[in-house]
Structure formats: C-alpha cells, structure tokens
Write a protein of this length. Structure first.
Length: 303
C-alpha cells in the first residue's frame, strides 16, 4: 500500500480489521434491528389497522376533509385515493391537501380565514393569529394608498414624477401590510409551482411525501381536475410558516430544487405571502404592488 493510501484508509492492521468487519457484517440482521426506526413516512407506511396506529403525537389541521391526507392512511394510499390528474374539483373540495404532521396548526374548520371570501383555502393558521385585524388594517392602508395615487394622477405634475410617486405609494403600502401581518402572526406564505396535467401526479407525489416527512414546509395543496377550467397547467402551493424568515423560505426552495422541481433553465417559482391573498393583491393590482415577494432565480443565486 502506498503512503497516500495508508494516510487515507489507515495502516495495514486497520485495513485487515475493516475487511474482517465487512465480511462478518450481516445486512439482514442490521435491517431487522434498525429498520424499525420510525421516521414520519415509515409511521404511515406500516400497514396497520387505524386502532393500532399511534398518531397521538401528530397533528392534522385537515382531519376529516375528504380531499386531504388522513393520519390513519399511508401517503401512498392517499395519493392513490385522490390523484390530482383525475380527481374532480367539487364545491366542497376545491383543493387537495397534505399537512406536515409535526407542526401544530389551527384546524381548517376552526380557522379565521373561513370567514374571508377567497381566503378559505390558504395555509392553516398559527396559534394567536389575528386575521381580522390584519384584513381591516390592510384594507384601510390600501384605501389610503388609492386616495394618494388618485390625487397624484389628478395633479399637474410631470408624468415621470406622478409615476414615481404612485409606485412609491404602492411600495410603502406593501411594507406596512407585511409589517402588520407579521405583528399579528399572519405570517404564512407559499412557493407556487405550475406543472402540466401529464406530470401533476408525479410532482404532487414528490411534494406530498416530502411535506409529510417534515422536509418542506407546514402544508401543501394541489388543484384537482376542473370541469370548467380547461387550462393544461395545475397549481401546487408549498406553504412555509413565516414569509419574513428568509432562511426557512430559502431552505424550502433549496429542497424543491434538490427534489428536481426547479430546473436551472426552467421558469422560476414565485413566493406570495398569504396576507396578499386575503387582501386581493394580485398581478396587475391598482397599487402596482408586486404580487410575489421572492423568486427562486434571485433567492437561489450563488453569491
């Protein structure tokens, strides 16, 4: 053995010992001893009756919802039960859901967002969230921005000045709204991913398994098949707990890339805070507020 090999592998005695250990290693015995360690997906993968499956330490804000993963079924059974490619949207089930069972959130049926038209299907709320105050304050702030923008447009100032002031009014309103949401614990947001109907089952399966295994965010949802909307793309949302926690938001984006769901030359994913959805801030809004606050192109750019 060369001196370089010796430095890397150890001396001759160590090599002899290692070879002996390899020869004596019983893979079957090792698996029998350590293969029963309970990871999130293994817990669900055990084919046991519901009464025998201990889920007391897990949480599911979508318990009892037909188009959501239930803790008493395996992820595989869930994906087979409601595959998004062929599962039809219904008024009661406009989305298919999966939760992260290791994060405790408010039950969907008890959530404050059930009273917000158009916001009923956002992420499960965190404890102590005051959504009503955020919506009331956010709408008031947007109204103030609208009044200022209208005043600027009616003025006799130069068009460039008016355009600059209008953009600034929207940016200032967006900052205040995000600060308000953070203060009142309405902090969820989502990475938005689009895929075609031919690959939606595969992509959703990857995201659902990673979410249930505590590898992504707090929850995820996918659009089922619509009889009214004939578009060939489906939206998948991957939710994180706090839009202001850029470290965690980036971690989830990096995991999505690691899972092969973000391509180097593909279109980027965009991240939208739930508070924007509650307030109706979408693309082309009158305040010129960007509908997303992050994108994977910028966030994953190498330093």
């Amino acid at each position: 053995m060369s001196s370089e090999d010796s430095d890397f592998y150890g001396d001759d005695d160590i090599m002899i010992d290692l070879k002996a250990r390899v020869k004596e290693f019983d893979a079957r015995a090792w698996w029998e001893e350590y293969g029963t360690i309970k990871t999130p997906l293994k817990i669900q993968a055990q084919k046991k009756d519901a009464v025998d499956l201990d889920v007391s330490h897990l949480h599911n804000p979508y318990a009892g919802i037909e188009y959501a993963w239930q803790l008493t079924e395996t992820i595989e059974d869930f994906l087979e039960r409601v595959p998004p490619a062929t599962t039809d949207e219904t008024p009661e089930n406009p989305w298919i859901w999966v939760c992260n069972p290791y994060i405790n959130r408010t039950r969907k049926t008890d959530a404050q967002n059930q009273k917000i038209r158009g916001g009923e299907d956002e992420a499960p709320e965190e404890e102590g969230a005051d959504l009503a105050s955020v919506v009331e304050g956010g709408m008031a702030r947007l109204h103030f921005a609208s009044e200022y923008i209208d005043m600027c447009k009616r003025s006799i100032n130069q068009p460039a000045f008016v355009a600059r002031e209008c953009r600034k009014a929207g940016m200032d309103a967006a900052k205040d709204i995000l600060d308000l949401a953070k203060a009142h614990r309405v902090r969820c947001g989502k990475w938005m991913l689009f895929c075609n109907t031919f690959e939606v089952n595969e992509v959703w399966g990857i995201i659902a398994k990673a979410t249930a295994n505590n590898e992504l965010g707090i929850a995820a949802k996918v659009a089922p098949r619509s009889t009214a909307d004939k578009r060939t793309e489906r939206l998948i949302c991957v939710y994180t707990a706090d839009f202001s926690d850029t470290k965690d938001v980036k971690r989830v984006a990096e995991k999505l890339k690691q899972l092969g769901l973000i391509q180097a030359k593909g279109r980027p994913l965009y991240y939208k805070p739930d508070v924007y959805t509650y307030l109706g801030i979408a693309h082309g809004n009158p305040w010129e507020i960007r509908a997303s606050i992050y994108d994977t192109t910028s966030m994953l750019r190498k330093a």
